[in-house]
Structure formats: C-alpha cells, structure tokens
Design a binder for this molecule. Structure first.
Ligand code: BG6
Length: 500
C-alpha cells in the first residue's frame, strides 16, 4: 500500500464554531502575505463556519469596497470567482486610531451589529494583534476599557487575543509584558504565536516519537550520539533593519523557534494528548537545559555577522543598519539537557541569515553499533526536514549493489509532497488560526515557557553586551555556511554539522 492510500487512524474532530476575527494590522505585511491566504485556505476547506466574519482594523482609510479589493489581491490567482466572492463577503473594515477615544466604541458597535446575525451559537470573538509589540499594551488596555474582552453575558462565547512574538526582549521586559496581560485577561484567553509550531513537520514530531515503537525506545542517550537543529535562511534582513538592530538572531530565532523545536524533540512523553500535559513537559524540558557558562561562553557559543560577498551587501551595508553594528545575524551553540534521558548527549543548534540556502532540519545522529563487522563506524541518522521538502530521511547503512561487498548510506526518504494534493499541507498560520478559533492551546506558547526561555538566554545577551571578548563576533561571507568558528565548535568534539 502506498503512503498516498494509507488509511487515517487518528484524527482530532474539527467543528468550527461561529467566530468573528478582529484583525488589527489588517493593512500590513503579515496580513497580506500570510493571514489572508491562510484564512482563504480555511474558507475553501470548509473550516470556517458559514456565518463567521472577519473585521479588518487599521489606521489607513478604507471603505468596505477598497478594503475587500486589498484582501482580494492577496488571494491565489487560481481561486475561482465564486470562492473569492463568498470569502470576501465575510470581510468588513473599521478604521482604528489609537489616539481617537471613540475608536473602540465604534468597533464595539460594529461587533454588536454582527452579533445580531443569526447563528447556531453566539459568536466567539478573536482579536488578532498583527501589529508592532510596542502597541500591544495600548490596544489591549483599550479593548479592556471598552469591555470587548469580557466573557460574562455572552453565554458560553469566548473572547480571545492572539499575539505575535517578540514577547519581550529579555527576562525583565517579558515579565513586565506578562504582568500587564495578566492584569487585563485570563491566561486562557491569551494565545501567543510561534509560527514554527504550526509547521507540518514540527507537529509531526510528537506523533513520530510517541506512536512508533521503533523510535521511542532508541530516543535517548543509549542510542543517540548527538542532535543537530539547523534553521538556515538565504535571505538577509530585507527591509527590517529597524527591528533587527534591536533584536539580532538570538532573540529573533533561538529564544522561540529553535527552543520550541528542541523541546518537542527532547521532552518526556506527556501523560495524555492535551495542551496542559504537553506544556508541562515542554516547560520541564526547557528548565532542564543547563545554564550557559557565561565566563567561558566562547567555548559553547559562536556568534557571527554576514559580510559582503558575491555582490551581496554585508549586514553593516544594509539600509538602516549602523555601519559599526555588532548585532549578530548568526548563532551556533552546544547545550546540555540535564535529564536521565539525555545524559552526555550534546545538542548543537545553529541559525543564520544569508546562508547558502533556506533549510530547517532536525537531525538525530545515532551511535555506532557496539561491535562492527565492517571495521568502520558510519552512524545512522534520522533527519526531519522541517522545510523546504517537508518530510524525513532515515539514513541506514546498506550494501551497495555490485559484485564487491561495499557498504554505503541508504537514505529511506519520505516527502509530504509525495502524499498528493488531497493532503496538501496547510500554511502554519492556517493551522494556528484554526486552533485559536477552536480554543485549542496546544500549538501556542505559554507565559511560563517564555519566562524559562528568557532565563536561559538573558545571561548570554548580557555577556555579549558586557564582556564581548568572551564570545567574539565572527564575520562570515554572505551566501556561505556561516563562520568557521561554528564548524570548530563541533570539530573540537570530533563531529561535523550536516551540510546546510
Ligand atoms: C520570524 C523571524 O519569526 O521567522 C524572521 O522574525 C524569520 O526573521 C522567520 O525570517 C522565518 O520563518 P520561516 O517560516 O520563513 O522559516
């Protein structure tokens, strides 16, 4: 039986309830690139309730027509006229201006009008803040002041808020933001997005690990030599100098995306498949990561910055970047997890901008057989391809065909793309929007996890700031695999990165 015809054995029930999605930042980049196309995917797959509505909010002036035209531009050219029309009919626009005291009253009136639409159950309201984090607090405070987050009096309908990262820039600012949010809403009402958790292969980690007897018994220090996680991007910082100069790669990628993937790969099995149980295990795992040795940080961490090469500008030449900037665009590290499962197993993580190509992979490299007949140790490995070419490869040793007895690597590869169109993976944002509408927190990040992640990385950021010599910034050529120091990090342990 081919994978294409494999029967489905387990499938969580999806029954969308009537929902009004209020989208702040509706005229922005994220809405155009990700949110409108993702909502359209949900619409065409019947995963939005027929009565559900989307209210765009932004500072730009739009009437309903011009706003719908803006949404239409973001839809795939293959969309049929009927699909577009029924989708666009869900949209309306309310101009919001934080400085105008009446703005939120208008929004409240509009929502009250929509609430009069006949639905099988009262509308839930989901507020998505696709806006700069510096404006979260003022929007949140105004939503609360206008009573828009109150759940009482709306039968069982809920009021949720979806937030985009970054959640603070270090331990102190994250705690400040969290205290503010907790003051205005219950934790259960808050959904914090890490879009990597919506990616198909990342979601597959739990099923792979805990549904296959072949894998879970070897998923530990007895059989695994080390683990590598790579998130490489070919792009530079594009038009985001203002953000990036304040952030850098560690804050942008490590504290969230890489750490979340690490937690899923390394956590203990949850007692049940529930958001709470999974969060508990992820949190326990992040708390078990050994703190970085800040006095000798250079031994376990490398930071780099791309320099001009092959007609590509260096980071310092990018428009809007300080020509003497020391912001890192690359980081690599070795870390240890102090749990019985992972004793003695190093985890190597790296991520960078302007590398050879865009690829995100998680690789478990196994130990050698205790006794080999063939005089050489070529370790097996399991590669989870997060993107592109979503899928996985199990590299085993096998006899090469031919008259001589020669051993070589045999990749057993599986690609999601080979499953065919009917299983076409939804965009990560489609998955996350759907889950937020289903009140499912499993793929969202909780405040405690964020605090634990900052506790790990804040001392690193402080060391870079106060003692830069302990972990110097290494330039690397744009379009390369990163600084040589990152290769040395593994070479010192007799290991090597898998090629980007
Ligand atoms: C974002 C970062 O969270 O993730 C970006 O802010 C980065 O800098 C992006 O480019 C990568 O996401 P993806 O899905 O393209 O791998």
């Amino acid at each position: 039986m081919t994978a294409k015809h494999a029967p489905v054995r387990f499938c969580l029930e999806v029954s969308p309830a009537p929902c009004v999605l209020v989208l702040f930042g509706a005229t922005g980049d994220l809405a155009r690139r990700k949110l409108f196309p993702s909502l359209f995917q949900l619409h065409t797959r019947d995963l939005l309730h027929a009565t559900s509505r989307i209210v765009g909010c932004g500072r730009t002036r739009h009437d309903q027509e011009s706003f719908r035209a803006l949404v239409a531009e973001a839809l795939p050219p293959s969309a049929s006229a009927a699909e577009r029309d029924t989708f666009l009919a869900r949209f309306s626009y309310v101009r919001t201006d934080e400085t105008d005291p009446d703005t939120f009253a208008h929004l409240g009136q509009h929502l009250a009008e929509l609430d009069r639409i006949e639905t099988p159950a009262p509308f839930n309201h989901l507020f998505y803040l696709a806006i700069p984090p510096s404006t979260y607090q003022s929007i949140f405070a105004r939503l609360t002041a206008a009573g828009l987050l109150e759940e009482s009096g709306h039968n069982s309908a809920w009021r949720h808020v979806l937030l985009e990262k970054p959640f603070g820039t270090d331990s102190a600012t994250a705690a400040e933001l969290d205290a503010f949010l907790q003051q205005h809403a219950r934790e259960e009402q808050i959904f914090r997005i890490d879009h990597y958790l919506g990616k198909e292969t990342v979601q597959n980690i739990l099923i792979m690990r805990f549904a296959n007897i072949l894998l879970e018994p070897v998923w530990n220090h007895t059989y695994i030599d080390h683990v590598q996680i790579t998130v490489a991007e070919a792009l530079g910082i594009e038009h985001r100098a203002g953000f990036y100069e304040q952030s850098g790669l560690l804050r942008d990628m490590f504290q969230n995306h890489l750490l979340e993937m690490l937690a899923l790969v390394a956590m203990e099995p949850p007692a049940e498949y529930s958001a709470d149980a999974i969060h508990r295990e992820k949190l326990a795992l992040i708390r078990a990561i050994r703190p970085f040795p800040c006095d000798t940080l250079g031994d376990v961490m490398v930071r780099g910055q791309y320099a001009a090469a092959d007609n590509m500008a260096g980071y310092r030449e990018e428009p809007g970047v300080d020509p003497s900037s020391t912001i890192e665009t690359f980081a690599a590290t070795k870390l240890w997890i102090d749990t019985p499962r992972w004793q003695g197993v190093p985890f190597y993580l790296r991520s960078g901008k302007r590398l050879t190509k865009r690829t995100s992979t998680i690789t478990l490299v196994f130990k050698c057989s205790p006794h080999t007949l063939f005089g050489t140790c070529e370790p097996d490995s399991l590669v989870l391809n997060v993107q592109p070419d979503e899928g996985m490869i199990l590299n085993l040793q096998a006899k090469r065909p031919g008259p001589k007895l020669c051993m070589g690597e045999l990749p057993l590869a599986f690609k999601y793309a080979d499953l065919g169109d009917e299983l076409d993976a939804p965009d990560a944002y489609a998955r996350l929007l759907l889950d937020a509408m289903l009140h499912d927190h499993t793929l969202f990040v909780r405040n405690e996890t964020i605090a634990a992640a900052w506790q790990l990385f804040t001392p690193v950021l402080e060391t870079w700031r106060d003692h830069p010599d302990r972990c110097p910034l290494h330039p690397y050529a744009a379009g390369s695999d990163g600084p040589a120091a990152a290769a040395d990090l593994l070479a010192r342990d007799g290991r090597a990165w898998r090629p980007v």
